[in-house]
Structures are given as C-alpha cells and as structure tokens.
Write a new protein. Structure first.
Length: 165
C-alpha cells in the first residue's frame, strides 16, 4: 500500500510512503499522544482524548485484548496496562488479576478498554457481565470504575455514556 503526502509550499511535492514508514508515523503519533495525555501530572478531563488514545492503542490489534488505565484520586494517570490477550473473538478476563493490579498501582479509579477485532463495538452479554462483575469487586475496595470502552470500527462504545455503569 502506498500513501501520498502532499506538502503545500511554493511547489507541490508528493512523496509515496510504504507500510514501514506509515508504521513509523503511527508509532510516533502514539508516543506524542501518550506524552500529552498519559503523564502522571495530567488530569483526565477530556474523555475524547482518552477515547482517541485507546483507539490508537487497540484498533490495530488482530486479537482481542483487555486493558486498564489506572488513575489516582485526582484522575491522573498512573499506568496503562494490557492485562489479557485473547483470540479473534474473545479474551478471558480474571477479576482477581484486575484487582491485584489496581492495588499494586494504588489506583483510586480505573478505565477499562478492550477491542473487538470484528469491528463491531456493540457490547456482548459477556462484556456487560464482566464489566458489572469488575465494577462490583472494585467498588467493594473503594476503586471507582469510570468507564469501559469497546474499540472497533467508528466511534468506540462507552459504557458510561450509555448508562451501563
């Protein structure tokens, strides 16, 4: 695949990019976004930035992965961890591991995210069940679940926006 980049100056220049160069550009974009959004000193006040970051991190995954953004009590990011990797249509999520990681990071809040390699962002019954189970478990130890995003084609699905949290 070749992409043309147009640079508008006094002359029009078109530079074809191969996949390796495109991958390099995408990697740099992710690094810049991480630096801007996911620094301990940054407070997450813009859900759109979080959604865009998670989309960049998870949309290209060929298999389903489940990740967590760990936050302190002022919603500053402590860490982003991919906790579970699955198959093309499922990922096993173990609540005990999620709880352990949250306590290890001393998190006061979390945001869950996972991808659907099929592209369909509608949550399955299993997605709803594990979100409810994790929220119940973490709430019992005073860790707030702020959202759970499903990344696929188009706009990511937000459990919080749909009133499911």
């Amino acid at each position: 695949m070749t992409t043309s980049v147009a640079i508008n100056d006094s002359a029009r220049l078109s530079i074809p990019l191969d996949n390796q160069h495109e991958d390099w550009i995408i990697a740099r974009a992710i690094e810049i976004t991480e630096r801007r959004v996911f620094q301990r000193s940054n407070t997450l006040q813009n859900p759109t930035e979080v959604r865009d970051y998670l989309r960049m991190k998870l949309a290209s995954e060929r298999n389903e992965v489940f990740s967590v953004v760990f936050l302190d009590n002022r919603h500053r990011v402590i860490a982003f961890d991919v906790l579970f990797k699955g198959t093309i249509d499922a990922s096993s999520v173990y609540p005990r591991v999620v709880l352990s990681k949250a306590l290890e990071h001393n998190a006061a809040a979390v945001i869950f995210a996972h991808n659907h390699p099929s592209g369909v962002t509608e949550p399955s019954l299993a997605d709803k069940a594990i979100t409810e189970r994790l929220a119940s478990l973490l709430t019992a130890v005073d860790i707030r679940v702020l959202d759970h995003f499903i990344i696929g084609e188009g706009k990511p699905f937000s459990f919080a926006e749909m009133g499911l949290l």
